[in-house]
Write a protein that binds this ligand. Structure first.
Ligand code: 5GP
Length: 193
């Protein structure tokens, strides 16, 4: 997606060799017009299954806005976001999965209340970043527990050098990434051609 790549080049900031900071348009301040385009692009990428999406799954917090714009493009299926903390209000039953947070370097569990995910639900996973694949694999694990089906994973930025995309594809999960960063070096961001 050229406008996304251009935006990453213009406003993305490389932090060391692992982290890309895109908080001016993706995960702190949000460029709503760009998010509309991102939603439409996911719809184009998943055009063959676009009529089958029962739910969009993501993880709080930065996945939520992207997932909501994707939902708009897919005809408004509900967005269900996994919670990272167990809230007081969540006294009902839930599915959970242990995931490692790459940016925070901590283990945490993500959880979705059972009432929001049912056997046979066909789900798309949408997230802002795909790095080591922990968040997406955790959501796949939760979907497995529910007997839900994953149609694919759509991510705004995949950092291919961290292996998450490969891990998912090896498991037979379809992955669509709108921009693929292959390397971050000396403050420069390289894209897969
Ligand atoms: P993964 O679970 O694939 O290792 O990482 C995915 C999550 O970590 C994303 O939802 C995102 O919140 C966060 N993340 C991973 N890499 C980056 C990065 O380079 N920049 C930012 N801002 N977040 C990242």
């Amino acid at each position: 997606m050229e406008i996304l790549k251009d935006r990453i080049i213009k406003d993305g900031v490389a932090v060391g060799t692992e982290i890309l900071k895109v908080d001016s348009f993706l995960n702190h301040q949000i460029d709503v017009r760009l998010f509309e385009e991102i939603g439409d692009e996911f719809r184009r990428r998943f055009a063959d299954v676009s009529g089958q999406v029962d739910k969009i799954l993501t993880v709080e917090a930065s996945g939520i806005a992207v997932a909501a714009f994707a939902a708009r493009a897919f005809g408004y299926p509900p967005v269900v976001f996994a919670k990272k903390e167990k809230p007081n209000t969540m006294d009902e039953q839930y599915y959970f999965s242990e995931v490692m947070s790459f940016t925070k370097r901590t283990m945490s569990s993500i959880r979705i209340a059972k009432k929001f995910l049912s056997a046979g639900d066909r789900c798309l996973i949408i997230d802002d970043f795909l790095a080591h694949g922990q968040a997406a694999l955790g959501l796949c694990h939760i979907a497995d527990q529910a007997g839900a089906f994953i149609l694919g994973v759509g991510t705004v930025i995949e950092k291919s050098f961290q292996g998450g995309g490969e891990r998912l594809r090896e498991k037979g999960v379809r992955v669509e990434s709108l921009a693929v960063v292959s390397k971050i070096e000396n403050g420069e961001i390289f894209f897969r051609i």
